[in-house]
Write a protein that binds this ligand. Structure first.
Ligand SMILES: [Zn+2]
Length: 112
C-alpha cells in the first residue's frame, strides 16, 4: 500500500471518528435513565421507553467499540503497521479495508 492510499484511509477513519462522536453527543439524551413514573406513564409506554433505551444503549456500545477500533487503526497508521493483520502480520486485502478501514485482522484470522 502506498502513502496516498494510507492517507485516503486515514481521512476516512478520521471522518467516521468525527461522525461517531457527533452521534454519541446527539444520542446522550435517549440513553438517560427512563423515568419510571407509574402515574404519568401507562405500562405499555414504560415498556416502550425501556426498549428504546435498551436499543440506544446497544447502539452506543457498538459506537464505542467502533471508535476504539478506529483509534487503534489510526495508531497503526502512525506506526506504519496499518494494512497488516495484527495477528499474523500478513497484508489485509485492500478490498476488505475499503469496506471497513478499521479492521485489524485479515480474513483468515477474522475467521470469515
Ligand atoms: Zn491474519
Amino acid at each position: 500500500m502506498n502513502n496516498k492510499q494510507i492517507e485516503q484511509f486515514k481521512s476516512i477513519l478520521l471522518k467516521s471518528q468525527k461522525e461517531l462522536v457527533a452521534l454519541q453527543d446527539a444520542s446522550a439524551d435517549s440513553r438517560a435513565p427512563v423515568q419510571l413514573d407509574q402515574t404519568s406513564l401507562g405500562r405499555v409506554s414504560r415498556i416502550d421507553a425501556m426498549q428504546q433505551q435498551a436499543m440506544a444503549q446497544a447502539q452506543e456500545r457498538q459506537r464505542t467499540g467502533e471508535l476504539a477500533r478506529i483509534t487503534q487503526a489510526l495508531k497503526r497508521i502512525q506506526t506504519g503497521d496499518f494494512g497488516f493483520c495484527t495477528a499474523c502480520d500478513e497484508e489485509i486485502a485492500p478490498g476488505r479495508l475499503q469496506i471497513a478501514p478499521s479492521v485489524s485482522l485479515c480474513i483468515k484470522c477474522a475467521g470469515t
